[in-house]
Design a protein around this ligand. Structure first.
Ligand code: F0G
Length: 459
């Protein structure tokens, strides 16, 4: 059986998608400078750019929109949102924001300054940018297995506790204003972090008096992996496991566009009331009054419901099972992927798939271009376009550890048939991969360059 579980939902509303002609695809690629961020979504057939903000809401969430209370201050929807966050995450103080990076911006602009170091398993790009913009250092301390695409370690998102301890021992305490951990580890392949690792890291942080914050975007998928893979956890509910994870932390940043099953939303939550009060002052300046934080009342309603729905064991079993089967079929084609498959995406190892294209010619971006050219599928480069840079002073270029293409699967949007189509597209690319061409970057912005970079195809 190719997919072991059918979708645990049926379709009530449909949204047409169309496969553009090969000529249209060529035109779109050229007009976008071979950057898929610049191709209109209308010209995409299967959009695996991101699992963020792309979920299909449930009938329950849509019904909730009608109950959105749009009062400026103290809306009913805010209190329902607050109740859901308290129930699922347990933190006593919180502020809503319109998406995760605002949570990061508020937290880091308050806590971090030039010379600070913030460790994490792997920082996501917006997290890194929000730290580095203050002249601080975003340090990645994922375990060695997490950098090895072949390791079948069940928790490749774990942070290296020895490295973290060494950092804490050799750095003045005031230079580490907080320590982070990303669940699941998006930049490292969507890999989970074990409960044992969260426990040990929390203990270590607290031994050194360092506040411990979780980047919680995909907390439910992470908790599901703990339930499935970690000894002694099988009999516990995902909700219970998730709650224990957060009970170990001092706070979290959350993009509800992932495991909030919402199209917009997020929050910062903490045990530190003073800190949240300080962030609130900034929030009012950039997002809005603290009971809506840049969101409509109806958005708060959708997030409140989504945060509970995402913990449904049937949903999570299908979700993670769909990803697993998608990855297995790609692997069976002989296309190298990061294994085991993570919770929200399959990551194709483009360096190994396209050994004839060197990092300086962006092999993962070349594969992103091929996926669009072949089947109007949109994936995203997570390699040297995203993480490499050109030093503005010396002109020196740096490259990423891994050259990956992420095929992120939006939640509850695509059926197994859609994903089978993507597998076929990859099969066709595989058969003529020697002919794929590298790229030259002809435009780059100083921060988050992957969003706006432009390329030319090499002959
Ligand atoms: N942290 C992680 C681990 C993320 O994956 C993201 C977003 C953010 C923070 C920022 O949240 O987008 O709501 O501001 N990741 C998306 C992605 C964009 O495609 O992986 P945001």
């Amino acid at each position: 059986m190719p997919f072991h579980l059918p979708e645990p939902w049926r379709v009530k509303v449909v949204e047409p998608i169309r496969l553009p002609t090969p000529e249209t695809r060529e035109q779109r690629l050229a007009a976008a400078g071979f950057n898929l961020f610049d191709v209109p979504a209308e010209a995409i057939f299967i959009d695996l750019l991101t699992d963020s903000g792309t979920a299909a809401m449930s009938d329950n969430q849509w019904a909730g929109l009608m109950l959105g209370d749009e009062s400026y201050a103290g809306a009913r929807s805010y209190y329902r949102f607050e109740e859901a966050v308290h129930e699922v995450f347990g933190f006593p103080h919180l502020i809503p924001v319109h998406q995760g990076r605002v949570a990061e911006n508020l937290l880091f602009s308050t806590l971090v300054d030039a010379g600070s170091i913030v460790p994490n398993n792997n920082h996501f790009d917006t997290t890194r940018a929000n730290i580095e913009i203050h002249g601080a250092r975003a340090l990645d301390l994922v375990i060695d297995e997490g950098r090895d695409p072949d390791s079948d370690h069940p928790f490749k998102g774990n942070i290296d506790l020895d490295k973290a301890r060494r950092l804490f021992e050799t750095t003045p305490r005031e230079r580490i204003p907080l320590a982070m951990l990303t669940l699941t580890n998006n930049s490292g392949g969507g890999q989970p972090v074990s409960l044992a690792n969260v426990r040990a890291y929390a203990e270590l942080c607290h031994e050194f008096g360092i506040p411990f914050y979780i980047d919680a975007c995909r907390f439910a998928e992470n908790a599901y992996f703990i339930q499935q893979r970690e000894e002694g956890q099988a009999a516990r509910s995902v909700a219970e496991i998730a709650r224990e994870v957060f009970d170990l932390a001092d706070g979290c940043t959350m993009s509800a566009k992932k495991d909030g099953l919402a199209n917009m939303g997020g929050f910062v939550a903490s045990r530190n009331r003073e800190l949240i009060e300080t962030l609130t002052q900034r929030l009012i300046l950039i997002e809005g009054f603290p009971t809506y934080g840049g969101l409509a009342g109806r958005d708060l309603e959708a997030v409140a419901r989504g945060l509970r729905e995402v913990l449904d064991p049937e949903y999570l079993r299908f979700r993670v099972g769909q990803l697993e089967a998608f990855g297995r079929r790609i692997h069976e084609l002989g296309v190298p992927i990061i294994r085991p498959v993570g919770g929200h995406a399959v990551y194709v190892d483009a360096r190994r798939f396209l050994p004839h294209i060197p990092p300086a010619e962006f092999p993962a971006q070349a594969l992103v271009v091929a996926l669009y050219r072949e089947g109007a599928v949109r994936g995203v480069e997570i390699g040297s376009v995203m993480f490499g840079r050109t030093d503005p002073e010396t002109g020196e270029k740096s490259y990423a550890d891994l050259e990956l293409v992420r095929l992120a699967v939006p939640r509850r949007v695509y059926t197994n048939t859609h994903l089978a189509y993507v597998v076929e597209v990859l099969e066709q690319i595989r058969d003529r991969r020697d002919r794929l061409k590298g790229l030259r970057m002809v435009h780059e912005a100083p921060v988050l360059r992957h969003f706006t970079a432009r390329f030319e195809e090499l002959a």
